[in-house]
Design a binder for this molecule. Structure first.
Ligand code: C5P
Length: 232
């Protein structure tokens, strides 16, 4: 899989999701399904979107004991998703268990991506609540290296960090980057943003774009604009 635009389908129901996806009569976007939609509609929503010909990033951010994550990942793998993820904070044994669970009998598996520190966690909350005292950018890079050593395929990070992650973990280690906005668009609640063209320049492998596409007057045009800026 090469560079692609992943559309965050942050909808509360299958109905809203299909109303949105029905607009795409040409190129079928790579779709991110998050916790809200998955918990509302269950695994069937994954099967239905897959059956419509979309690739799927299932963003459930697993974090539990290795045996539980291994078994849960086996279920997600059988749903035939293309990318899924977990928290690197679950540590190496959990990440290795996840990879084992994901690997199908024929040796194939979805790509497995780690979440490092959530962007909602800042230095102060990290020090206070989880007693991690190192600078947060070093913590993120350490988690990236740990994920790579465990055999994972990449991390979710800010497009601003993508270059550093590739320097540290190699160009093949994937960076999936949210926080993307058009130069002339609303930033909304995202703080550190980049345009699709800038994300391409800095080396992001996949951009995750939600509201600039889902809330656009013409979502298909907004998606095609992202693709033109990022992929072409
Ligand atoms: O609407 P917007 O483009 O901000 O959506 C970005 C998507 O990426 C959302 O689904 C959000 O939950 C997700 N995300 C993020 N920042 C992270 C991790 C995930 O914005 N650090």
């Amino acid at each position: 899989m090469g560079k692609d635009v992943i559309v965050a389908c942050d909808f509360a129901s299958a109905k809203q999701t299909f109303e949105f996806l029905d607009k795409f009569t040409g190129r079928k976007p790579f779709v991110k399904i998050g916790m809200e939609l998955f918990y509302a509609e269950g695994p069937e929503i994954v099967r239905q979107i897959k059956a419509r010909g979309h690739k799927i990033f299932l963003d459930l951010k697993l974090h539990d004991i290795p045996n539980t994550v291994k078994k849960a990942m086996a279920v997600l793998s059988s749903l035939d998703v293309d990318i899924t993820n977990l928290h690197a904070a679950g540590t190496t044994p959990m990440m290795q268990g996840a990879l084992e669970g994901l690997t199908r009998p024929d040796g194939s598996r979805p790509l497995l991506i780690a979440v490092t520190q959530l962007t909602s966690t800042d230095q102060e909350t990290m020090e206070r609540d989880i007693l991690i005292k190192e600078p947060i950018d070093q913590v993120v890079m350490h988690y990236a290296k740990t994920a790579k050593n465990a055999g994972l395929d990449g991390i979710v990070c800010s497009p601003l960090e993508a270059g550093k992650v590739h320097e540290t973990c190699g160009s093949k280690f994937l960076t999936i980057t949210p926080g993307v906005r058009f130069a002339d668009g609303d930033v909304g609640d995202q703080k550190r943003v980049m345009t699709p063209a800038q994300a391409k320049q800095i080396g992001s492998d996949y951009i995750v774009v939600g509201r600039p596409i889902t809330a656009a007057a013409d979502p298909v045009a907004a998606y095609e604009r992202c693709v033109a800026e990022f992929c072409d």
